[in-house]
Write a protein that binds this ligand. Sequence first.
Ligand code: NAP
Length: 244
Amino acid sequence: MSKRTALITGASRGIGKACAEVLSLAGYRLVLTARSIEKLQEVASEIAGNGGEVFPLELDLSTRDMIPDAISRAIKEFGRIDILVNNAGMTKDGLAVRMKPSDWQAVLDTNLSGAFYATQQVLPGMMRERWGRVVNISSVVGEMGNPGQANYVASKAGLIGLTKSLAQELGSRNITVNAVAPGFIETDMTHGLTPELKQKMIDQTPLRRIGTPQDVAAAVKFLVSEEAGFITGHVLDVNGGIYM
Ligand code: NAP
């Protein structure tokens, strides 16, 4: 059997980039997507330099019309997509009472609808192969809520519901669908938080540290593996124990 191919969205930095590095070292072929093709190309050439097989693909997930065409280019490149990691995500924080419709919509479009439409594109191939893995990157706040993030939290809670529904729909085709719910992870997304807020989060975390992108990538690597074949509809917390 040829190498399995994984498509990772939002792979130009942070958690998506770490997933790409870890899965490449584990022997998977990769399709990496993001809006900034230059950054993706940098990640792709690092991975190729370490012997990986990788295809960088520009894709704005908030633009639904772009998704089918981009993913069919990826399928043409490698023949099939066996694994989809719906990782791309963004925040546009603000109190609900004043939240602009455009900020609500942008976050829902990218984080939730983007993941759904990308999944739709890879499912027919996975169903034909009777093998597939979908991992949705949710968030601890999708489980517990967070003031000032109504749009983001709704998108991340939506991903958990999507995960469980798809797991039930696709189990008979041997396709597993799981979510990973990271806690506070050191990436561009959390870079702007004040030192005081970071310290507060660390103090509330039983493991007393901020998570790394590699902590999340390790969970993704497990869920997409052959060995995780009897796990579906699960939400795997990678949060240092801040929520259990
Ligand atoms: P990040 O460093 O900001 O990276 C986000 C990635 O998503 C980038 O590659 C970005 O690339 C891509 N992206 C953003 N909007 C996109 C769009 N419209 N279309 C396509 N790609 C898009 O964030 P991160 O911390 O690694 O987060 C990765 C995932 O983990 C997200 O879903 C996030 O919600 C989740 N998460 C993060 C944390 C945390 O503490 N960091 C905690 C829980 C969950 P371009 O800008 O080039 O498009």
